[in-house]
Design a protein around this ligand. Sequence first.
Ligand code: HEM
Ligand code: FES
Length: 449
Amino acid sequence: MSDPKSVTGAIERAANATKQLQNIKANEQATVRLRRTESIMHRPVPAPLRDALSARTLFPANDARIATPIPTTGWETLRARPLWVTPSAVGSPIDPGNDYRVFKRLLARAGVRGLRLHDLRHTAATLLFAQGMLAQVVMQILGHTFGSPDAKRGLTAQRIRDGLRPLRQLPLQAEQIHSLDQVARALAKAVERAAPDGSSVNEALSGTASGHPLHPPLTDVVIGAWTSAVALDWLGGKRADPAADWLVALGALSALPTAAAGLNDWATLDGPTRRLGLVHGTTNVVATALFAISWLARKAGRRFFARLLALAGFGTVSVGAFLGGHLSFRRGAGVDHTAFLEAPEDWTAVADEASVKELEPLLVKTAGVEIVLVRERGSLYALLERCAHQGGPLHEGRIEDGCVVCPWHSSRYRLSDGAALSGPTAHPQPTVQVRVRDGNVEVRRLTNR
Ligand code: HEM
Ligand code: FES
């Protein structure tokens, strides 16, 4: 049961809303739009009621509650011209029976008949929508947010989205830090010198040898170990200390090959993704340092300090992992760039047989996909044109010993089956079936790609 004072305050808010509507419709000064059940009708706002309502005071607690949650354009409008309607002073739903009784009393005192509180709520909602306010804000003002589970869920999601906005902006901002370019260039050169394309170190770190990128699975070991260590630190009690220490060490040790694989992948990136990758890598190096110091502190018997350091390291690696996720899933670093490309399902003519010359890759396009045709020692081959590594144009590459060599980072793909014979690619290049019919080269997708 709600406080009658809050109800009367709510009624005043409804009246204010009505008055606002009058202001907006300047040429219909004495008319407001009241919604009654299904129909919309025009009725004047009774002046005595307006005066009676305006005399009442607002509830600051209620205003403060509404003021906190949603920083939106709609909200700005709202704060500039308050239009409070019926939520209670403490934000709980108003008991409708009580609400109605108080409202009726007020109407009687003002000498007005046949007006329902609900009409005013509808009027206010219509007005707010008309002003371009977000539906969720309107629902909150009307108190629906706290009554309807659906609305509550919608608002919670909105709040989470708003709260996470700075985090979501972080990768986009990192991509724009142009001052990183110089150091990124120098570091990439050093990495390329240490693990040149096609070298066995490069192939091991890229995952060419294993046929799967190496960095992503290694990151699971690091993050998993550190997450478990922090959980044991704070929840496991004294008996869990040795296990936590081991996990800190395991994470820090496995961070070394993880960082090496990450650096190797990163060195082939460019522009914004390269900048973001540098911020990601640096963040994770800082996290690794924090865990390493935490381990030293554990050995020195400074357990509480060590736990705090590990906690800080955990926060840092979480941000780093978030940036890494952006790199992979938003920017496509490390993904197979042919993943969504498909040759036609049925045999399709794409070129004259005579146009495919020995050792001169020919680019053709069919059904929205680019295919490179290659003739080597008389045999015809067809592969998808975009390099699986980072989308390089294979038709501009060299043909050598039964392979096509990508012009961008020199990955070598076997013409006959697309196998990656040297890196940095970790993915094979999809091949396409090819045949000659009536002087035309025809292609068709492989069924078991
Ligand atoms: C402790 C060290 C590191 C951890 C825990 C880590 C973690 C991650 C995570 C979680 C991802 C997203 C991949 C996924 O979700 O599957 C990622 C991607 C990536 N990270 Fe790291 N990272 C570390 C060090 C580095 C370093 C030092 C670099 C180099 C600058 C780097 C470069 C990359 C790149 C380029 C990607 C995109 C995917 C790929 O190409 O492998 N990372 N990292
Ligand atoms: S795009 Fe990097 S090897 Fe082809």
